[in-house]
Write a protein that binds this ligand. Structure first.
Ligand code: KIV
Ligand code: NA
Length: 275
């Protein structure tokens, strides 16, 4: 499929077509996503938890995001690639945010950045957009500031909190964001926000009425099993399959079963190239 443009994201919303987004953090997974019909790859700072083994997304650095964005860009030439600005790279000043986002675009080749936060972050989003950097917003449960929210909880459950989230979404749209991730909010609120905006909403734990959906690829594939949130659907159990394969390999080497003759070379084999 041909790479979707930023204006086409908005066009899809108008046409009632749902956007599909998935995370990737390396070349092989980026290639697999690129072969699918999924429109957008997010190089998420979930990288910190599902790939780098941190306990939260807070420690992820700009260099780590750039390091992992580069192979995704190489592996997915036909997919729109958005990357998270990590914590601490856009909360100091607008100038600092622009400088850091510039590095992400210039050094890795991604096309847009995602930043967490609503009304408070809107002036920074405006500054980034005015500097020529496309921005995806992210409201609701914002993992980088989960401690301030009282942990990993559903957001917008009181009338005041719901009203604030709607205002957050409107502020991000007015600031020039091209789409907004809505994470862990009740179905009805996500629907209200979605119908109140002309830019697409992309939900995770936000029900079926968003304009698109996103999942972490390790969650979808059943690889990351430290915990499985309610909003995750495991489309495959890859973790157990990998565990079984590693067990078979270990046993066969121990037993002298692998490598067999079909995986070994004789003196008279033609050595035209090993593959
Ligand atoms: O980092 C991430 O993977 C994300 C998505 C879950 C939206 O921000
Ligand atoms: Na993220």
């Amino acid at each position: 499929a041909k790479k979707i443009t930023l204006p086409q994201c908005k066009e899809m919303k108008k046409q009632g077509k749902r956007l599909r987004m998935i995370t990737a953090y390396d070349y092989p997974f980026a290639r697999l996503v690129d072969e699918s019909e999924i429109e957008i790859i997010l190089v998420g700072d979930s990288l910190g938890m599902v790939v780098l083994g941190y306990d939260s997304t807070v420690p992820v650095t700009l260099d780590e995001m750039i390091h992992h964005s580069k192979p995704v860009v190489r592996g997915a030439p036909n997919t729109l690639i958005v990357a998270d600005m990590p914590f601490g790279t856009y909360n100091v000043s607008k100038e600092d945010a622009i400088r850091n986002a510039n590095r992400m675009l210039k050094e890795s080749g991604i096309e847009a950045v995602k930043v967490e936060g609503g009304t408070r972050m809107a002036p920074t989003v405006r500054a980034l957009v005015d500097a020529g950097i496309p921005v995806m917003g992210h409201i609701g449960l914002t993992p980088q500031t989960a401690a301030q929210l009282g942990g990993f909880k559903v957001q917008g459950k009181t009338e005041d909190a719901a009203q604030q989230l709607l205002e957050d979404a409107l502020a991000l749209e007015a600031a020039g964001a091209f789409s907004i991730v809505i994470e862990c909010v009740p179905v009805g609120l996500a629907r209200t926000i979605t119908t109140s905006l002309s830019i697409p909403t992309i939900g995770i734990g936000a029900g079926p009425y968003c304009d698109g959906q996103v999942l972490v690829i390790q969650d979808l594939l059943g690889i990351y099993d430290r915990f499985v949130p309610k909003f995750v659907k495991q489309y495959a159990q890859t973790g157990p399959a990998i565990r079984a394969a590693l067990g078979d390999y270990a046993r066969e080497v121990a037993d002298g079963v692998f490598p067999g003759p079909e995986h070994s070379f004789g003196m008279d084999d033609e050595m035209k190239g090993l593959y």
